[in-house]
Design a protein around this ligand. Structure first.
Ligand code: S3P
Length: 174
């Protein structure tokens, strides 16, 4: 069975929705950020601080290579995975790709109390969110299934994704 691959900006619900899908469909879940942290024995904030973003992107690419070899998994990804087209191509080999979306205002509301996102550490996080979303817009839009989450619950988003996944996986009607 194909993987369910969740992509999208920070705070769009990839982790929560991924966990719920994995519970409901009894599929294992992997997360590219967790793979990076486990394989390198270092949290992402520290990797950014010590070695910078480019270095992190190489580790992230290695994590994507690993995750994309699985089948029948939910794969939750870091928000910047789309920055390399190669990552999307790898994930597509065994997976159905979903891009979770939300407005910049909603994203800020959801993540404003978290301190573990190095790219939003600066003085004006709402502005940084808008800027990053704008620069990544083209890459996010390339993903086949676009899922708006701003006004939806985790359960609603989960069910929507499961519905698309099941109809994509079922054999064509005669
Ligand atoms: C990043 C998103 C983060 C994490 C890293 C960089 C990004 O993951 O990979 O901080 O570039 O958008 P989440 O989307 O899970 O927060």
């Amino acid at each position: 069975m194909l993987n369910i691959v969740l992509l999208g900006f920070m705070g769009t619900g990839k982790t929560s929705v991924g966990q719920r899908i994995s519970e409901k469909l009894q599929m294992s879940i992997v997360d590219t950020d967790t793979i990076v942290e486990t394989d390198n024995q270092m949290i992402i904030g520290k990797i950014f601080d010590r070695y910078g973003e480019d270095y992190f992107r190489n580790l992230e690419n290695a994590a994507v290579r690993k995750a994309s070899k699985y089948t029948n998994h939910v794969i939750s990804t870091g928000g910047g995975v789309v920055l390399r087209t190669e990552n999307l191509n790898l994930l597509q080999e065994n997976g159905l790709l979903f891009c979770l979306k939300a407005t910049p205002e909603e994203i800020f509301e959801r993540i404003k109390d978290d301190s573990h996102r190095p790219l939003l550490k600066g003085p004006n996080p709402p502005n940084k969110i808008r800027q990053l979303l704008q620069t990544r817009q083209v890459q996010y839009q390339r993903i086949e299934h676009q899922i708006e989450t701003t006004n939806s619950s985790i359960e609603e988003v989960t069910n929507q994704i499961i519905g698309i996944y099941q109809s994509a996986s079922s054999p064509p009607q005669p």
